[in-house]
Design a binder for this molecule. Structure first.
Ligand code: FAD
Length: 502
């Protein structure tokens, strides 16, 4: 084992929405910062998903196997690269609603209250939207929370077919709302081009090591602080030392790292006296629906619209149902390619041109419903293997959302003059376990150290110098997409760390 001869003020592990944003926030302090990232820089063209290749290649899966609760292996859909999952995300940057931070009764149970409220996050949402260049428009969505500032940039206009459909859905009394999207000159903004790269270009106090997989955290003899971070780089093992350690490996990998770092003082894993590390894994109930495009489209356009009309339920179902977004051009939608009964299956047998033709006659819709925290849904690390035990809950709410949306689409198809055949064809597919895009909740924050892993500053209750700033900290999983909240929280924790570093 090689002990690095440098001593750092802070080590950040992972460069995704949490780690990349935090690095950018802390860099101007001048403190000596080391960033450890297991992946490498992705070539620009491989993160701009623009072809039928998306359906045919497995390049957006991590080159490692995880296991389901029956021990069946699978390749998780997750990106190990500088920028993490923001390198393959769709760039939708939504704020949680005010009520999302409160206790909410769902048809299948309770979504717990957060210890901080919307007002605590609001200034950081604004900061994150500015940093990531969110394009959007206030005032169209009745479920929108109050804002201290407008979006920094105007919304992305709808593709022609989407604009037609939005008009028809408005006539049904629904509220099409411009989807806030982070966009820069090169396409979607992400935590590599917005977080890591500008940080490295401007601050010599920050060092990035890529291909650096953190495999264990070592504590001091009292077990009250992390003393060293063990890293595999190539075929060598290194130890890096710092005052403060911040994990941002993604909710599943951060929990796994804490569990695999068990030692004499922490026999069940670091920061895990409560037994909560890895538990309450949430990942949204997600379904994609295909609709025949009124006219051919080019298959390549940004997502641009969302609907929250059923977010808190409807007159026939007084419980939250969820959130709906359009999929953007089908040819560039990486999760769409996962939906088992849809294009992904066809892709295995169809030649590229046939698939392209099919995709350009198709529009897609994403439905997301909150899944509720359940201690039995968890990450386990056993005998060197990472297991996900996950059984979806809140299914009726999701089914109702699906039914409601299919009815709305049928009406649109009728009004648009589609054939009776097309009006009744809306194939849909739910997401398999391997789609962990919206993973969260495995180290939730809370006041009580018996029922949570992190405190209000996302510091572990048990180790004074250990923090977690990825989506692990979520106590619940509101149905809108998570990345902006991860970014905003990293900026919030950044303010705390700046104070602590002095
Ligand atoms: C296909 C797809 C589309 C999505 N679209 C959207 C969207 O439109 N809007 C939205 O809000 N959200 C979206 N998401 C979700 C969003 O990307 C995540 O919520 C967000 O990236 C989570 O940030 P994070 O910091 O928790 O983790 P990540 O972004 O996953 O970052 C984790 C980082 O840690 C690194 N790492 C992991 N383990 C180790 C280790 N042991 N040592 C060193 N480094 C390690 C990884 O390589 C990675 O860089 C999407 C996700 C996917 C996969």
């Amino acid at each position: 084992m090689i002990i690095d001869d440098q001593y750092y003020d802070i080590i950040i592990v992972g460069t995704g929405a949490g780690g990349g944003t935090l690095a950018r926030k802390l860099a101007p302090t001048g403190k000596k910062i080391l960033i450890l990232e297991r992946g490498e820089f992705l070539a620009h063209e491989s993160s701009e998903l623009e072809d039928v290749e998306v359906f045919k290649k497995e390049m957006y899966h991590a080159p490692e196997q995880w296991y389901d609760s029956n021990g069946e292996p699978f390749y998780p859909q997750t990106s190990y690269s500088v920028g993490g999952n923001t390198k393959i995300y769709s760039g939708a940057l939504l704020r949680f609603r005010e009520r999302d931070f409160e206790q909410v009764e769902h048809q299948n149970g309770i979504s717990p209250a957060w210890m901080l409220k919307y007002a605590d996050f609001e200034p950081y949402y604004t900061e994150a939207e500015q940093l990531y260049r969110a394009h959007g428009r206030m005032g169209d969505d009745p479920s929108d929370p109050p804002r201290s500032a407008d979006y920094p940039l105007p919304p992305v206009e709808h593709e022609e077919n989407i604009a037609t459909i939005c008009d028809l859905l408005s006539k049904q009394g629904l509220h099409p709302t411009y989807l806030p999207i982070g966009l820069g000159e090169q396409g979607r903004t992400d935590s590599e081009d917005t977080g890591i790269s500008p940080t490295l270009a401007n601050y010599s106090n920050v060092t990035l090591k890529t291909g650096a997989k953190v495999v264990q955290l070592h504590t001091n003899p009292s077990g009250l602080a992390v003393k060293a971070v063990q890293v595999e780089m190539g075929d060598r093992s290194y130890l890096f030392l710092a005052d403060l350690i911040v994990l941002s490996c993604g909710a599943i990998n951060s929990a796994a790292l804490l569990l695999r770092s068990a030692n004499e003082k922490h026999p069940e894993g670091l920061a895990n006296q409560s037994g909560q590390v890895g538990r309450n894994l949430m990942k949204h109930l997600m379904t994609v629906i295909a609709q025949r495009s009124p006219n051919a489209n080019n298959g390549l356009f940004q997502r641009s619209v969302y609907f929250n009309d059923f977010y808190w339920g409807d007159p026939t179902f007084p419980y939250p149902m969820g959130h709906i977004q359009n999929a953007g051009g089908i040819l560039q939608d990486v999760i769409f390619s996962e939906a088992p009964p849809l294009l992904s299956v066809l892709a295995k047998v169809m030649p590229g041109f046939g698939l392209r033709q099919l995709a350009t006659r198709t529009l897609g819709w994403w439905l997301q419903t909150e899944d509720l925290p359940n201690a039995d849904n968890r990450v386990r690390f056993e005998n060197g293997k990472l297991y996900l035990d996950y059984t979806a809950n809140n299914l009726e709410a999701h089914d109702r959302l699906l039914y409601r949306w299919q009815e709305a689409l049928k009406e649109v198809d009728r009004s648009a003059g589609q054939s009776v055949f097309a009006q009744n064809i809306h194939p849909h597919g739910g997401m398999p376990l391997q789609v962990v895009a919206h993973q969260c909740g495995t180290c939730r924050f809370g006041e009580d150290s018996a029922t949570s892993v992190l405190d209000v500053n996302c510091r572990t209750h048990e180790l004074d110098n250990l923090y977690v700033v990825d989506s692990s900290f979520f106590p619940s999983n509101p149905a809108v997409s998570p990345a902006l909240t991860v970014m905003a929280n990293a900026l919030r924790v950044g303010d705390h760390l700046i104070q602590r570093l002095g």
